[in-house]
Write a protein that binds this ligand. Structure first.
Ligand SMILES: Cc1cc2nc3c(=O)[nH]c(=O)nc-3n(C[C@H](O)[C@H](O)[C@H](O)COP(=O)(O)OP(=O)(O)OC[C@H]3O[C@@H](n4cnc5c(N)ncnc54)[C@H](O)[C@@H]3O)c2cc1C
Length: 417
């Protein structure tokens, strides 16, 4: 297998240019949609256009299991979209335009496809640092191709010398990659703009413990700075930081969040201020016969209100509803998603808003803690730290829009509800 190949091959149909259902994107939302669509409609033709060179893959594994679980391999992880959905999966097909009147989609190479119904599941593209283009040693980390490049850099030195990697960004991708790379024996410098890692999300004592955990595992945490510019050479990178420091490393992995991938829509559907696609409860866009799902949409969450979510539970649950709706189900998306992260030997699951500027109430448990975030005395977020399987109950708590007179009366409520 070459580095850019996929074991399943490109299931493109050589001649077909019209599909009953056309799905844009090759992520987990697109996969879930195509599979649910096939269950709902056994006969309609399904095409999937993805700019990636590889088939849909479980994206969280790129910063977790591919590094931490020796039994987890690429070969066993493919989502199997083409077979399960009996879909034509057309890889390396970047969509550059959509005409919702003519019901056509055009790709970068000029190929045009027409559709009966269209689903946009294009997720997002990583935010970049100005003046620091992607290259052999600068990875804006999102795809399996990025993982393979990073893996090759990490494993590359026959003498067993691991690279020094600058990780830019202290969000979940940056922190998980930093943890994975020190686990591989790399020297890691993690650059983030806050004083304490996690201080914007977690109560102060938890953020301090979280920050200390990285340092204890050998991560060199460079706090209070952003990367303002950088140069990449054939053998390394040089990053200039906002505090005046210059950081030299063998490679940089950047995790600064994403921008919704919607530029190719150029006015054909209504967008929110952040560039994401506005959908209604049935995941319909403003254009006829065009639905959207996953990281790329702002949707009306039944419990939390209008929002955009960048998490896998949302991508797969929403994708499935969108797929059924393309085939005429007319279902509302009612699932309030949970999210999670795993680092070193800790993990968390959460729902709602984790904002450390809100009032918090903490319940200490045998293995960890549960943190309730209160806005105007109403519970708007629940963090289960080293506590698992409680997020359905936490969603129920949020759905009650509880405004208890005494916030400490919440202690134990997710388990008890
Ligand atoms: C490294 C990493 C770790 C993560 N870990 C977690 C985690 O622990 N927990 C969690 O809840 N979430 C996690 N996430 C987030 C989660 O994976 C995403 O929320 C989810 O995968 C989004 O799925 P999506 O299909 O909506 O979008 P994406 O995964 O972004 O997929 C969009 C697809 O559309 C394609 N595309 C974009 N533009 C075009 C175009 N113009 N033409 C054709 N194709 C296009 C993209 O290439 C991609 O194939 C992680 C993400 C990453 C990158």
């Amino acid at each position: 297998m070459t580095l850019d190949s996929t074991p399943h091959g490109d299931r493109s149909h050589d001649s077909r240019t019209r599909y009953d259902y056309l799905v844009l994107g090759g992520g987990m939302a697109a996969d879930a949609a195509a599979q649910a669509l096939r269950e709902q409609d056994p006969d309609g033709t399904i095409g999937l256009l993805s700019e990636e060179a590889t088939e849909p893959f479980p994206r969280p594994a790129l910063s977790k299991k591919l590094w931490t679980d020796p039994d987890f391999t690429e070969d066993g992880a493919w989502l199997g979209t083409a077979d399960a959905a009996r879909a034509d999966v057309l890889l390396s097909h970047r969509v550059v335009g959509v005409d919702t009147d003519a019901r056509t989609v055009v790709c970068a190479d000029g190929q045009t496809f027409s559709y009966g119904r269209l689903l946009v599941a294009t997720g997002g593209h990583p935010r970049t640092v100005e003046g620091l283009p992607e290259g052999d040693r600068v990875l804006y980390y999102r795809s399996l191709a990025d993982y393979r490049r990073l893996r090759a850099l990490v494993d590359g030195d026959d003498a067993g010398v691991r690279p020094h990697v600058a990780v830019v960004g202290g969000g979940y991708i940056g922190s998980e990659i930093a943890a994975a790379l020190v686990g591989e024996g790399c020297r890691v410098t993690l650059v983030h703009p806050d004083d304490v890692l996690g201080e914007k999300k977690y109560p102060a004592d938890l953020a301090a413990a979280y920050d200390a955990m990285f340092r204890e595992h050998g991560v060199d945490v460079h706090a209070g700075a952003r990367v303002t510019s950088g140069d990449a050479e054939a053998d390394g990178v040089r990053l200039t930081l906002s505090d005046g420091a210059v950081l030299e490393a063998d490679a940089a992995v950047v995790g600064l969040g994403i921008e919704p991938a919607t530029s190719f829509l150029s006015g054909s559907v209504k967008l929110a201020d952040d560039g994401s696609i506005l959908v209604d409860a049935q995941l319909r866009t403003s254009a006829p016969d065009v639905w959207a799902c996953g990281d790329v949409v702002t949707y009306p969450d039944a419990v939390l209100g209008e929002r955009r979510v960048e998490h896998v539970d949302n991508a797969t649950s929403m994708g499935a509803v969108a797929g059924r709706n393309l085939a005429g189900a007319g279902e509302e998306y009612r699932h309030t998603p949970m999210f999670y992260s795993d680092l070193f030997d800790v993990g968390y699951e959460a729902v709602g808003t984790l904002d450390a500027s809100l009032e918090t109430v903490t319940e200490t448990t045998e293995d960890g803690r549960i943190v309730y975030y209160l806005d105007d005395d109403e519970v708007v977020g629940v963090l289960c730290w080293n506590e698992f399987g409680l997020t359905d109950a936490a969603v129920d708590l949020l759905a009650r829009h509880a405004r208890p007179a005494d916030p400490t009366a919440l202690i134990g409520s997710p388990k008890g509800s």
